[in-house]
Design a protein around this ligand. Structure first.
Ligand SMILES: [Zn+2]
Length: 240
């Protein structure tokens, strides 16, 4: 539902993920939903994190459907998946397609990924499945949007609640926020040392923001693992 659409640079190096490759769009994409049954729970949930990402950046209606039908989706219910797969392929194809005219559009697909790549990098790609890092990254991106006065607390709560339904995530790494910041700045998606972030002003929309203040990012890195309580609920600080 994600990496099958659009060209892909898929070769990882010790320095980071997806650093080698070139963008060749495929002639044909073949998706067999039955194959999803062969995936482990972690892999399947990781894929669903990218589905939630599509909903946050481009499809408020699908977000609401996921809130309503997540149990079915988690059971890998055939009907639920038959609905989700084409819908997600459409979103990805639409965003990638629009990028040809409106350059930078594709960047919104990186929602949560600047954080995710830093988490993957500081844990040497051993702790998280990609989707698990993206799940944490989207929580951090939602908090960052809130800190910048962009994302309403209500939307942040909905985003966190939906992500948490994928189950417990491997814990946030015990490293100082500065170590994560450093990893972000060496990510290929940061341009000339300036931190750019894709943020969602409201569920169903996303845009890229330039020059997000470093100290705000640092604060978000510091409090993200602390704001999610053991039960998966948002702690007091952010409600209302
Ligand atoms: Zn991804």
């Amino acid at each position: 539902m994600d990496s099958s659409i659009g060209g892909k640079t898929g070769v990882n190096l010790p320095e980071g993920k997806n650093l080698v490759g070139s963008f060749y769009p495929p002639r044909l994409v073949l998706i067999d939903p039955e194959l999803l049954r062969t995936l482990s729970g972690r892999e399947f949930h990781g894929g669903l994190a990218e589905v939630i990402k599509h909903a946050i950046i481009a499809d408020a209606e699908m977000f609401a459907m996921l809130e309503k039908d997540m149990e079915k989706v988690l059971r890998r219910d055939r009907e639920a998946l038959s609905f989700l797969i084409p819908r997600n392929v459409e979103i990805k194809a639409r965003v990638v397609g629009r990028d040809e005219r409106e350059s930078g559009m594709r960047e919104i697909l990186n929602y949560g990924h600047t954080f995710a790549h830093a988490l993957e990098s500081v844990t040497k790609y051993r702790r998280y499945q990609h989707g698990e890092a993206v799940a944490w990254g989207m929580i951090a991106a939602a908090f960052l949007g809130h800190e910048l006065g962009l994302t309403r607390a209500d939307d942040v709560s909905r985003i966190v609640a939906l992500i948490r339904r994928l189950g417990a995530l491997p814990p946030w790494p015990r490293v100082p926020a500065t170590a994560l910041l450093r990893a972000m700045r060496s990510d290929k998606k940061t341009r000339s040392g300036i931190l750019r972030f894709v943020l969602s002003p409201r569920i169903g929309e996303a845009r890229s923001y330039d020059a997000v203040p470093l100290h705000t990012v640092e604060r978000v890195l510091h409090f993200t693992p602390r704001l999610i309580t053991a039960s998966g609920k948002l702690s007091r600080g952010l409600r209302g």
